[in-house]
Design a protein around this ligand. Structure first.
Ligand SMILES: Nc1ncnc2c1ncn2[C@@H]1O[C@H](COP(=O)(O)OP(=O)(O)O)[C@@H](O)[C@H]1O
Ligand SMILES: [Mg+2]
Length: 370
């Protein structure tokens, strides 16, 4: 799939701008604070109606304006399509092929993006929450049902946490604790079922990519880590996972009440990453951690391709300068197939290597240079 044309009205620092992109490599260049990341954010936003950096949609609207319009002409599923998102008065209107959509799920599978940003360089050495978020966002893009389950799960977690914190003052809260545990185990089992399958594919793809990128025969190993009693999630049906979760919750019930905290469930899941058999979180060098992070992101792209039979648009925001020459070359020359948008300060070197289209961003304007 590819985005052929993007147009923006009052989005971030773009008053009115449009651009036509190459189906291959696009270099988005410009000085700092000119709108490079904003441009990638717009493309990403059109794929899921969610920003990767704004907490509220209103941040996306140009200062002093009341609404914003984003529009993409893209090619996917063998045909030209359009996506349009209008932000106005705290509301969001999503149109796909000129038809109004109730939710953003109409976009998933139709227009997909994989983003690699400087924050992702922390994916390997940072906390588990980062890896969970990576996994959740990736699965949400592919499975709208997962997004629904995840939202329910988070809501139940919040309620349960309130019970665990307040039961001493309000003992009647305990009457509903078992219901919450039951609900949590029920949706938790769905999450674990999907996460296990996705991690299996992630491992297959990322391990190969990592070997290629590092070029040193360095071995990356990836595994899914979840609740202890769920011993082999890849091979279990959701009903079996549910039983295992109930058992774990039961044995932690007292401890949770005493701690006033959630100690059992899929909210603590992680992706375990080893490089040459050592836990990457504690032992990877910066270079190794970056290679592994890049491998994970490129693996996400391969998984999307295997599910929907098309490469998603790859967005690389300002990461080129963070990678050494060998990894830059991999990114610029070995990512074959699919459209790529790369933002960087100086596009000359990258342009010479890829022959890609070059855009210059200046104060919220987009100028095609080549
Ligand atoms: N809602 C907004 N309205 C107007 N300008 C904005 C808005 N949000 C961010 N900006 C401006 O966009 C610029 C940053 O753009 P960004 O794309 O992050 O830069 P870079 O080119 O360095 O990636 C800043 O100057 C910021 O003030
Ligand atoms: Mg930027």
């Amino acid at each position: 799939m590819q985005i052929n044309r993007l147009s923006l009205e009052n989005f971030r620092n773009y008053a009115a701008a449009a651009a036509e992109f190459s189906p291959e490599v696009n270099l988005i260049s410009g000085e700092n604070a000119q709108g490079k990341t904003n441009l990638l954010e717009a493309v990403y936003y059109l794929s899921c109606a969610r920003s990767f950096r704004a907490r509220a949609d209103r941040e996306l609207i140009r200062f002093g304006e009341t609404g914003a319009v984003l529009r993409a002409d893209f090619f996917s599923g063998g045909r030209e399509q359009t996506a349009e998102i209008i932000l106005h008065g705290g509301r969001k209107k999503i149109m796909v092929n000129s038809v109004r959509q109730k939710t953003a799920s109409a976009l998933s599978g139709r227009f997909c993006c994989v983003l690699f940003s400087p924050d992702d360089l922390e994916l390997v050495r940072g906390g588990a929450a980062l890896r969970r978020r990576f996994m959740d966002l990736a699965i949400c893009q592919l499975r709208p049902r997962y997004a629904v389950s995840l939202a329910k799960f988070n809501k139940y977690c919040e309620h349960k946490l309130r019970i665990l914190r307040d039961w001493r003052d309000k003992p009647t809260l305990l009457d509903v604790l078992d219901d919450f545990n039951h609900n949590l185990a029920h949706v938790g089992a769905e999450l674990i079922y999907y996460r296990a399958a996705w991690c299996r594919r992630l491992a297959d793809e990322a391990e190969t990519l990592h070997r290629d990128i590092s070029g040193t025969g360095e071995a990356l190993n990836i595994g899914y880590k979840t609740v202890k009693t769920v011993e082999n999630p890849e091979k279990m049906r959701p009903e079996e996972i549910f039983e295992a979760l109930m058992e774990h919750q039961g044995s932690h019930r007292q401890a949770e009440l005493e701690a006033g905290a959630l100690l059992s469930g899929a909210m603590k899941d992680d992706i375990e990453i080893n490089i040459n058999s050592a836990p990457a979180r504690g032992f990877a060098s910066q270079g190794q951690a970056r290679t592994a992070a890049l491998s994970l992101k490129l693996a996400e792209r391969e998984i999307i391709r295997s599910v929907i039979d098309e490469y998603p648009v790859l967005l690389l925001d300002d990461v080129l300068s963070e990678l050494d020459e060998r990894r830059q070359d991999f990114v610029l020359n070995r990512i074959s197939g699919g459209q790529v948008m790369i933002s960087c300060c100086d596009a000359r070197q990258a342009a010479a290597k890829t022959g890609g289209a070059v855009f210059k961003i200046e104060h919220g304007t987009i100028k095609k240079e080549k």
